[in-house]
Design a protein around this ligand. Sequence first.
Ligand SMILES: NC(=O)c1ccc[n+]([C@@H]2O[C@H](COP(=O)([O-])OP(=O)(O)OC[C@H]3O[C@@H](n4cnc5c(N)ncnc54)[C@H](OP(=O)(O)O)[C@@H]3O)[C@@H](O)[C@H]2O)c1
Length: 282
Amino acid sequence: MRILLTGASGQLGHAVRRVFSRHEVVARAHTALDVADVSGVEAALDETRPDLLLNAAAYTAVDRAEDEPEAAYRANREGPRALAVATARRGIPLLHVSTDYVFDGEKGTPYVESDATHPLGVYGTSKLAGEDEVRRANSRHFIVRTAWLYGPVGRNFALTLAAVAAREPKLRVVDDQWGSPTYAPHLAAALERLVESEAWGTHHLVNAGVTSRCEFARALLRALGSATPLEPIPTSAWPTRARRPRNTALASERDTGIALRDWREGVRDFAAAFSGGTVLPV
Ligand SMILES: NC(=O)c1ccc[n+]([C@@H]2O[C@H](COP(=O)([O-])OP(=O)(O)OC[C@H]3O[C@@H](n4cnc5c(N)ncnc54)[C@H](OP(=O)(O)O)[C@@H]3O)[C@@H](O)[C@H]2O)c1
């Protein structure tokens, strides 16, 4: 297949370019294609004639979104709408990536695909609106919800933690937020298998297992060989502009046979790929 990849310079876009090996990936970074630009999207599809479009583009600044909802909705709702309409018109399937933040985190057990959504902030609400646009416009869609994404390239919790641990004597990390840390290259490998199927609809794809932010941080530091001590703190001691859901562990009720390995294996692979504290630009 020829796959048109949007948002190609983000951390997931980067992983897709590195990991996909069985298909031709035609990459379009934000600078080359704005997914909310309808005529730009149409032109890119006509020029590249892909068999599938994979949308890794998104506005992902969870706190900033509270102050600039127009920008969040532009990338997260208008973008997916433009992509879904244009691909449907050409008979092309669309894989769109979404987030655990469509849930409020109050369920108490892992969320499956059919659970009711209830986002807490602008980011999650705009991402849910994007899902709805995709469902409405293109029946041959995959909507993949993932969570706590990190990898050796980009802006993410793991790279920030590594950088801060290298310069601070002690770290404070919240211990009452739970979720499914997901290593971007593992997700990319699962996406390559998914696009080879016709399992249309919504999928939860995360590394297996559940952990807290603090436990995740502890595992990362251990794998990176850092001795910087960690102090677990409650969310109330780390106020943020956007409210974070308490527990968004994800599980799947789909029977595709596509499952990611345990989150600790993601941490191990991250440590092996880590390039010594350099936060690489995306
Ligand atoms: N990061 C997480 O923890 C996480 C968790 C769950 C789900 N997800 C989802 O996973 C997907 C990939 O996220 P990521 O972590 O790879 O995000 P990322 O590193 O922020 O990458 C997103 C990319 O999209 C680009 N972009 C923004 N607006 C665009 C537009 N209008 N048109 C084209 N490109 C645009 C960004 O470019 P600029 O930098 O120039 O804006 C950036 O290169 C997203 O759908 C996200 O919602 C992420």
